[in-house]
Design a protein around this ligand. Sequence first.
Ligand SMILES: [Zn+2]
Length: 174
Amino acid sequence: MVLKFDEKYKETLINEWETLRKYNKGMVHLLRDLSLFAQKTFSKDVIITSIFRTEERQSQIYESALRSGSIKKVPKSAHSVWAAVDLRTQHLNDYEIKQMCNFIKRHYDKTNDYKIKMGDRKYQNSNTVIVHEIDGYGRHFHINYTGPTILINWSRETETAMRCHDYSGEVTKV
Ligand SMILES: [Zn+2]
């Protein structure tokens, strides 16, 4: 198993994963594909930290950002409609984070029906994934996706991942 759950919230996340499988098959497949990619490309796990969120919980999370003035209002959460999942970044380096973002972008941006709004994009030019930090909650991947499941050509995939890596270690856009 290369797709894991945050140990701290494991039981809750396992229950939510079962619900996600009913409501959002596209997302479940995306995460399985991403974990396979991370395993094949750099032997790292994909760790889910958050799936479902109530509006009340959303307000709590953004409370300090709201108080400090870094945001004007609490954003509506795609997590409250089973359209978003958060993943840990702490065990990954910058190169691996970029590779994972590029993987999601090149396979899922086209068919995504629940696009991340322009204003929210920071880390890379994708409508499916951002890497962001909420005050006090650390940096994480936030993935929005509803849409069809995608068939990945894994033999081509490894070549593409290799091509993205130039000598300076920078990841070029694909
Ligand atoms: Zn999120």
